[in-house]
Design a protein around this ligand. Structure first.
Ligand SMILES: C[S@@+](CC[C@H](N)C(=O)[O-])C[C@H]1O[C@@H](n2cnc3c(N)ncnc32)[C@H](O)[C@@H]1O
Ligand SMILES: [Zn+2]
Length: 276
């Protein structure tokens, strides 16, 4: 059975009826025409449009479709698959926290067991849930915060947190015993040539801070580095999907758009954690 939604207001089970999700206490959440449900209570929104903007989301979608992050997605699959073999464990329910346009969730599902998994994604940005739901009809997407996941304890076999904010206690709560959490983010040299174009004194960023939860155990940790050649349009999409975009002035964006093939370093860090 697919993991049930938990009401973000009173923590009762949500039941689907007449195109919306309801709880016993008459809290009601409508399903948008694209198929996602908004489970983020207005009082929990810190801004009108939290999370990544629609323009960032579109750029991420276009850039990811170019395939330059395929090796990154493949390595995510391999790390999870190896651990499942070590643990002699199969998985059913997967949740991508901060799913963006759902690219990594779908890449993983295709490699692990197409049509056999219960796929869920949440993102605080409405544009992410909309884009994901439009593209991937086989999965369940909602607008929700990583700080208040709309699911019951022990619901998922696998969680993904790819370049997204994570509340480790919440992640641990919804994970089944023996379940896995894959955290992936930037290593120190990630996109260093792009950073150098945007900042006069570019320094390697510290890399994603990958912290451990209280009871989660580190199953494995790894880094993946490779470089890719990007042309102007791809560079601009890449810029727009990262926070560098806010620091780039118009002349920098114009220069990037006109560039021919340029080598860009990719540097990814992975942590695979297990709930005992
Ligand atoms: C850098 S993007 C990564 C998206 C996707 N995981 C990927 O790698 O393509 C970060 C995502 O986290 C979402 N986000 C930001 N704060 C969040 C929060 N508190 N809860 C859930 N999602 C959040 C953003 O809207 C955005 O889609
Ligand atoms: Zn309720």
């Amino acid at each position: 059975m697919t993991p049930a939604y938990r009401c973000p207001l009173c923590e009762q089970t949500l039941v689907f009826e007449n195109k919306s999700w309801h709880c016993l206490n008459k809290h009601c959440f409508d399903v948008a025409k694209e198929g996602y449900v908004n489970l983020l209570p207005v009082q929990n929104k810190k801004s009108l449009e939290p999370g990544d903007s629609p323009a960032m989301m579109q750029s991420r979608r276009l850039f990811l479709q170019r395939g330059f992050y395929q090796r990154f997605a493949q390595r995510q699959f391999e790390l999870i698959q190896q651990q499942l073999i070590r643990d002699a464990r199969a998985i059913n329910a997967v949740l991508d926290i901060g799913c963006g346009d759902g690219y990594y969730l779908m890449q993983l599902a295709e490699k692990l067991a197409p049509n056999q998994l219960d796929l869920h994604g949440i993102d605080i940005a409405k544009s992410a849930a909309r884009l994901s739901a439009k593209q991937h009809k086989q999965a369940h997407f909602s607008v929700a915060s990583a700080k208040n996941l709309p699911y019951f304890d022990n619901s998922f076999d696998l969680l993904l947190s790819i370049f997204s904010p994570l509340n480790i206690a919440e992640a641990e709560r919804v994970l089944k015993p023996g379940g896995l959490l894959l955290i992936a983010g930037a290593g120190p040299e990630h996109l260093k040539q792009l950073a150098a174009r945007v900042y006069k004194q570019a320094k390697n960023h510290e890399g994603a801070k990958l912290e451990l939860g209280l009871s989660l155990e580190l199953a494995c940790e790894e880094q993946l580095k490779y470089s890719v050649e990007l042309d102007g349009p791809a560079l601009l999409e890449l810029l727009t999907m990262t926070p560098y975009y806010w620091s780039a002035d118009d002349s920098c964006k114009q220069a990037l758009r006109e560039m021919t093939a340029t080598e860009i370093q990719l540097d990814f860090k992975f942590q695979l954690l297990k709930k005992p």
